[in-house]
Design a protein around this ligand. Structure first.
Ligand code: CA
Length: 223
């Protein structure tokens, strides 16, 4: 049974969302404050955390940071009311895996939940090694020159798509479809934003292994 932890203090959101998740077959625990949500998350009994950014006691960003600091690989889907909070939420700082802006459609949120759970499931995809970068799908981890680099979910997926086609140009549309499940983000800055975070974490602003092929996509250079 898949267990979802829902940290949301707004009853008008928590109640229908928790019913919808229940209908999908998930068991749902609702927590109303940041500290309570953190305690639950650290207890390790849940498969996914849906985390409101604005929680009493401790905000969602801090809850997320502390979950990440504990080393748990619990997927975190952040609920945020303001578009300008998004960079923050999925950026280098907090380590959330995905976000949904409020107000959201239930169907959209449930699709994101399914996608996160699917990505968290065990995989037998082979290890990919290109130059000094090693990506291990089973452990879902990335090593650069033998040292682990912590990547957020989208950054990991991005890198995986590029590494699996190392030396070739991967079109933006292919990346959007494979990483976001949606080529409609075509005109948006989402991909570029995540790419710049990935480059920073890999130290690629120095090494330049990920080449931008203007107007087309990206290529992971093989030497
Ligand atoms: Ca709230």
């Amino acid at each position: 049974m898949t267990a979802v932890l829902l940290a949301e203090d707004d009853e008008a959101i928590a109640a229908p969302l928790s019913r919808a998740l229940g209908r999908e077959g998930y068991t749902v625990t609702v927590e109303l404050t940041g500290p309570a949500a953190l305690g639950r998350a650290l207890a390790g009994e849940h498969d996914l955390l849906i985390l409101d950014l604005g929680l009493p006691g401790m905000d969602g960003l801090e809850v997320c940071r502390q979950v990440r600091a504990s080393g748990r690989d619990l997927p975190v889907l952040m609920l945020t009311a303001r578009a300008d909070e998004v960079d923050f939420v999925v950026g280098l700082d907090a380590g959330a895996d995905d976000y949904v802006g409020k107000p959201f459609r239930l169907a959209e949120l449930l699709a994101r939940v399914r996608a996160l759970l699917r990505r968290a499931a065990p995989t037998d995809d082979p290890v990919v090694e290109v130059g000094d970068i090693r990506l291990e799908p089973a452990a879902r981890r990335v090593l650069v020159s033998g040292a682990e680099v912590a990547l957020a979910n989208k950054e990991y997926e991005l890198l995986k798509v590029l590494l699996e086609r190392a030396g070739q140009v991967v079109e933006r549309e292919t990346i959007l479809r494979e990483v976001w499940g949606d080529a409609d983000l075509r005109g948006s800055k989402t991909l570029d934003m995540h790419m710049s975070w990935l480059r920073r974490k890999l130290g690629d602003d120095r090494t330049g292994r990920i080449a931008t092929v203007r107007g087309v996509g990206f290529r992971f250079n093989v030497d």
